[in-house]
Design a binder for this molecule. Sequence first.
Ligand code: CO
Length: 171
Amino acid sequence: MKLTIVEYPDKRLRLKSKEVKVFDENLHNILDAMNPIMINTNGIGLAAIQVAHPIRALIINIPDEEGEQPPENLLEIINPVISNKSGEINYNEGCLSVPTFYEDIIRSESLTLNYQDRHGNTKRLEADGFLSIALQHEMDHLEGKLFIDKLSPSRRRKFEKEYKRMLKGRK
Ligand code: CO
């Protein structure tokens, strides 16, 4: 399966992703194809809609102390639901679907996540810090939201200008 990253302002990024009900080979093929894309583009997380599959699935691999992302640290998260959000944390976020742009975004510092694995087994994890940020960022994708939606109107206008210029320069 060959996948490519969908980039802003592609309207598919605005789709609300659908719940996964069948945990079959098709799902596994999508997940298996997402991982190398994320690793090769130096991504930390990737939602299925970013590779044009509007399903509630995402992957995350937080770099370890050496900056490595070994396969055993890969989290595959299906149908996630957040509860018990608390605290605040500020981080300079980027997104594989919004290349070259980074901005400080405030999110919850810690949370509890209920989700399913690739076989449909129910799982729960407690996350804080970087993992909490990545989960919230990726879960926004499932709702058709992007981190740039959180910018102030004036910052957003500036972004749109810069981004257009970047896209032009890339052609
Ligand atoms: Co993103």
